[in-house]
Design a protein around this ligand. Structure first.
Ligand code: ZN
Ligand code: ZN
Ligand code: FE
Length: 763
């Protein structure tokens, strides 16, 4: 900051504010404070952020800078303020908002889509308000942002609201600096804004406006399956208490057991379905409105088919006024699952919705505000030490993060393959996209290319380097190779560790424990149980899980009994395939396992699949890591106690100076205790706790050997709370610092951020 001007005449300054400062009510906020401080000048959006040129007493200027830095609007994030003294002189009296200046590189992060604020909801519910029951009510503090923004600077013509002309009343609000809708770009009302339409499955409009909403609510109350256009795409909605309707939705959507999310009207309704602690309530009410995983109440009226065989429910609160009105009208919890078949991208355009979803639904509740970019719901879990995002998407993307090491050149990071996200970085900023999905689907691949174009376009970047995974078969890697730009291949687990470092603002070195399903190793084998000594520049593999044959490649992921057979063999037992498996197949797998043929993997994700299959008897998984998730659910039925069972079942050897963790004895012990008839929940708990303690003991040893005092826990396996709690507690008890994931997913959704941070540090 510049020193206060000692001269008696007024000082004049230019403040350049960067961060998330557009689309979050920043200019009205500056206007309000500058006016209250009696300052003269202007505030405007520029591509790079917000620029304030202001004149007045030096102490008032200091106070304005302080307020901007310390008390910005709720959804703003100020990353930097650069102040510059200007010669003072004659100026217009008063403070105003200047029209947007375009030109220059557009690099200001735009806001995230935000749930309706209390003031807007009060209007929607007020029969005397002109926005009574209006589903698109918003203000400078709330409403859609990322999903309607085509380009920056963020102004109405740059959004999908460009086609709606504000009525005189809305225009007055928009232009009145004292109004809470001053420069609210999506401002709208029933007279001038978007409208809902209730359509038949073939797209014919049956009713519009409030009548359409009422018709959709009546259909839902009668058990119909409805496609609902939300903020980032279409949902498929159905009465969550209607078993038959939920089962029918699974059939039409071609989805076996993967749990559905449930939207409830408010926190009171959420409490009737799940056991909510304070952290869960805070997470549910977050303006980003993620789906929050909570323990299901025994007496919850939700249908069993909502989340088969799982003790948890994914709940979310309404995140637009349309949801708010619909939930109030239907007066029961609604399944809200992404509008797609199986794992395709969600539908977000109206034509696509009619074409793809029409055949699956009894009607569509649409509206005429276009969605520019599709954006799935975010998913979170609340823990005692804060919210952990498992999927960072609507309401959170594209919120920028700060790079621990800034970059001198623009970066594009293309992520991995599953749970794909992409990221761009410049200077000290990294911005990750919404959740794109699994790139193995062609349609998702198209969506991936759109996300890259959108991010590069929004921030007007021409990447000087493209960071990618080392896996030669990932579609993201192939795309990177096609881009004709300098490339940086980043090892998968190094990227996981770096993604955790980013959210803690650290550069390392640390000991990274990176456990996941699969990542391509520097030796060409499939890694997934890695101990790395890493910083943002480099990583060194100092330990890993004992590698085993992956019997049947991808089939071993879909059929966890195969890894169970491999681990039984490794434990010195007969592979013993389950009797329900086709005998030829069983013999084939036994042959692969006993002859140690096929690709090797050190994956802890696959180890958990195996343990899950052994304990629960699950033969086939209908969604990723199902056996492991069910194993954790069993383990959580048993309290963690201080009794140390199953000690010494994890051994580690040194092979060529690298530690190899061998859970063979643990597998043998688990099989023995199950054979003796010990309850599966106790066996599952003992296995988690013994594995966790062994993992931590080796981590502590390797950290000590490397001379580092910090351990990073990363990779999708650490979504397992039982395991992460045991490992983290044990490490902390040993005096080590433990870094875990909160804002950046620990799964492959965070990989693009880690790749970008590594590319930045190496530039
Ligand atoms: Zn509002
Ligand atoms: Zn209007
Ligand atoms: Fe991974």
């Amino acid at each position: 900051m510049t020193a206060p001007d000692p001269a008696p005449r007024p000082a004049r300054r230019r403040l350049r504010v960067t961060g998330t400062v557009q689309g979050v009510g920043f200019r009205p906020f500056v206007h309000r404070h500058a006016t209250a401080l009696g300052l003269d000048g202007v505030v405007r959006n520029e591509g790079q952020g917000v620029v304030i040129e202001v004149q007045g007493p030096a102490d008032a200027l200091d106070e304005l800078a302080r307020v901007v830095r310390d008390e910005p609007p709720a959804r703003a994030r100020v990353s930097d303020i650069v102040a510059e003294a200007l010669p003072s002189g004659a100026t217009d009296r008063g403070f105003r908002i200047d029209t947007t200046r375009t030109g220059g590189p557009a690099t200001s992060p735009i806001g995230v889509d935000t749930a309706p604020c209390a003031a807007c909801l009060a209007e929607v519910d007020d029969p005397n308000d002109r926005r009574h029951r209006y589903p698109f009510t918003n203000c400078t503090d709330c409403g859609p942002r990322y999903t309607i923004t085509r380009t920056v600077p963020y102004d109405r013509p740059a959004t999908t609201m460009a086609g709606f002309t504000m009525c005189p009343a809305c225009r007055r609000e928009y232009e009145d600096p004292s109004d809470r809708r001053f420069h609210a770009q999506p401002n709208a009302c029933p007279a001038c804004g978007p409208r809902v339409a209730w359509r038949s499955p073939n797209g014919i409009v049956r009713a519009e406006g409030d009548a359409g909403l009422t018709a959709a609510a009546a259909a839902l109350a009668g058990g119909a399956i409805v496609a609902l256009k939300g903020v980032g795409g279409y949902h498929l909605a159905v009465d969550a208490t209607d078993e038959g309707a939920v089962v029918e939705l699974r059939r039409r959507k071609v989805r076996d057991d993967k749990p559905f999310a449930v939207m409830v009207a408010d926190l009171g309704a959420a409490r009737s379905l799940g056991h909510l602690d304070e952290a869960s309530e805070v997470a549910l009410a977050d303006p980003g409105r993620p789906i929050v995983l909570v323990p299901r109440r025994g007496d919850a009226p939700t249908a069993a088919a909502v989340a088969p065989d799982l003790p948890e429910l994914g709940l979310l609160l309404p995140y637009s006024p349309l949801h708010h009105l619909l939930l109030a009208a239907v007066d029961r919890p609604l399944v809200m699952t992404s509008g797609n078949i199986s794992d395709e991208p969600i539908a977000h355009t109206d034509d696509d919705a009619v074409a793809r979803l029409g055949p699956m639904v009894d009607g569509l509740l649409t509206h005429d505000r276009p969605i520019h970019i599709r954006c799935d719901d975010s998913v979170a879990r609340a823990t005692a030490d804060g919210v952990r995002l498992l999927r960072r998407s609507r309401g959170f993307a594209p919120e920028p993060l700060t790079l621990p090491r800034p970059t001198g050149r623009p970066i594009l990071a293309v992520g991995a393959e599953l749970k794909s996200t992409v990221a761009v970085a410049w200077d000290a900023t990294v911005v990750a996209s919404h959740h794109i999905g699994d790139l193995e689907h062609l349609a998702t691949h198209r969506s991936f290319l759109q996300a890259i174009d959108h991010l590069l376009g929004l921030y007007d970047l021409d990447p000087a380097v493209v960071a990618h995974d080392l896996h030669p078969e990932y579609l993201s890697t192939k795309l990177a190779l096609d881009l004709d730009r300098p490339l940086l291949g980043v090892q998968h687990h190094h990227a996981h560790v770096a993604s955790c470092l980013v959210e803690h603002g650290r550069a390392g070195p640390v000991l990274g424990v990176a456990f996941d399903g699969t990542g391509y190793g520097t030796d060409g084998t499939l890694w997934g149980g890695e101990y790395l000594v890493a910083d943002l520049e480099a990583s060194r593999r100092v330990g890993h899980l004992r590698p085993l044959t992956l019997p049947g490649g991808a089939a071993a992921i879909r059929e966890p009994w195969r890894m169970a057979a491999a681990w039984r063999h490794a434990a010195g037992l007969a592979p013993d395939p389950p009797p329900s498996v086709d005998p030829t197949m069983a013999d084939g797998v036994t042959g692969l396992v006993t002859s140690a043929q096929g690709p090797l993997t050190s994956s802890v994700g696959r180890l958990f699949d195996a343990l899950g299959s052994l304990v629960t008897g699950r033969v086939r998984a209908t969604y990723e890591a199902q056996a492991a998730i069910e194993l954790e659910a069993l383990a959580r039925q048993v309290e963690r106690v201080d009794v140390v069972e199953w000690d010494e079942v994890l051994s580690s050897d040194r092979i060529d100076g690298v530690a190899v963790l061998d859970p063979g004895a643990l597998v043998a012990r688990l099989v023995t205790e199950l054979g003796r008839g010990r309850p599966p929940s106790e066996v599952a708990a003992a296995a988690h706790d013994a594995l966790g303690r062994g993992v931590a003991a080796l981590a502590a040893e390797l950290a000590g050997a490397a001379g580092v005092g910090t351990v990073v826990l990363t990779g999708g396996v650490f979504q397992n709370r039982r395991l992460s709690e045991v490992v983290a507690d044990d490490l902390r008890a040993r005096g080590l610092e433990v870094l875990e994931h909160h804002r950046v997913p620990c799964n492959d959704g965070g990989i693009s951020i880690g790749q970008a941070a590594i590319a930045a540090a190496s530039s």
